[in-house]
Design a protein around this ligand. Structure first.
Ligand code: PSU
Ligand code: MN
Length: 304
């Protein structure tokens, strides 16, 4: 076992008794939600997972140690200002230099797998970014896609943020042989919006079928599964507002020269400010629903 990995007792116990565990990531708390709101969301996600009969394992790095499952005090630290955003490539440096950091989908999935956790809930998967100006090559492709291709963890999310090139992201997922399964939807969701222009190749309508797909997939490959669950209909963002904020947000990025790992947090914040809180409700509620679905699927998987 790595000296840089600490698994909470509750998670270890659940794993050894074959009970369901759901991993939760910390970047969406530290960098995707405003200070003052993130802690209550983090605590609520854990409650939702418990209410559905699974054990939550929020994952973050503190003092150079990856924690699988946080105490309330550790969760508070993760939700305080100034945490680094750690993708998978950043774990080695953060461990060696004993830093704190929030983990993205890429690093959370990798750590969940190290801890034997098979199901993970988040808001939106990272993907291929739109190029600004159009036609240029930004080379901004989230490491989330590569990790999903090589890590046997199911990520439950609401598709990818509409701030990304959804068409390109869907193509990369196909290239990397990651099954994309719609949860009660025929469309690939666009985070704030329930439906993008893209359909999904597969659909399931209940947790048992989702678990059956994951179990079957795991018999022949070590890649992950993407289970996409759209934002609850009552919290979907108004399409016109969404489209306006998206084009304004993209212009702002270019104006300020924002790049790399700062792109996603900057755009999320721009949406939160520009939508009068509507995008924040959408983001919070979609993550909450993904936590519930992930827990229900994890319970089905553990009883197979
Ligand atoms: N879901 C949310 N908010 C977020 C994210 C997901 O509701 O902030 C984060 C995830 O951690 C994901 C990251 O891995 O956005 C993508 O960042 P990037 O595009 O830099 O890879
Ligand atoms: Mn990126």
């Amino acid at each position: 076992m790595s000296p840089h990995l600490v698994i909470a007792d509750e998670v270890t116990a659940a794993r050894s008794e074959g009970r369901a565990v759901v991993a939760l990531e910390s970047t969406l708390l530290a960098h995707g939600l405003p200070q003052g709101r993130n802690l209550e969301v983090g605590a609520r996600l854990e409650r939702i997972v418990r209410d559905a009969g699974a054990v939550p394992a929020t994952i973050a790095v503190l003092d150079g140690v990856a924690h699988i499952g946080l105490t309330p005090e550790q969760l508070r630290r993760v939700c305080s200002p100034g945490l680094a955003k750690l993708s998978l490539r950043d774990l080695g440096p953060a461990y060696a230099l004993k830093r704190d950091g929030a983990t993205t989908v890429a690093s959370t999935a990798a750590l969940a797998h190290q801890a034997g956790i098979k199901v993970f809930a988040t808001g939106g998967l990272g993907g291929v970014h739109l190029s600004v100006p159009a036609g240029s090559a930004s080379w901004d492709v989230s490491a989330d896609l590569d990790v999903l291709a090589t890590t046997p963890v199911t990520v439950v999310c609401s598709g990818v943020k509409s701030i990304l090139d959804i068409a390109a992201t869907v193509e990369v997922l196909e290239t990397k042989s990651v099954p994309v399964v719609g949860y009660r939807t025929d469309y690939f969701p666009g985070f704030y919006l329930r439906e993008s222009a893209h359909t999904v190749p597969w659909r399931v309508d209940n947790p048992a079928d989702a678990a059956a797909v994951i179990a079957a997939h795991s018999t022949f490959t070590a890649s992950g599964v993407l289970l996409v669950n759209p934002v609850p209909v009552e919290y979907e963002l108004d399409r016109e507002l969404h489209d306006r904020l998206l084009s304004e947000g993209m212009a702002l990025l270019q104006e300020r020269g924002i790049r790399g790992k700062d792109v996603t947090p900057a755009l999320l914040e721009f949406f939160h400010n520009g939508s009068g809180g509507a995008s924040l409700s959408a983001n919070t509620e979609l993550v909450a629903d993904n936590a519930r679905v992930a827990a229900e699927v994890a319970v089905q998987l553990s009883s197979r």
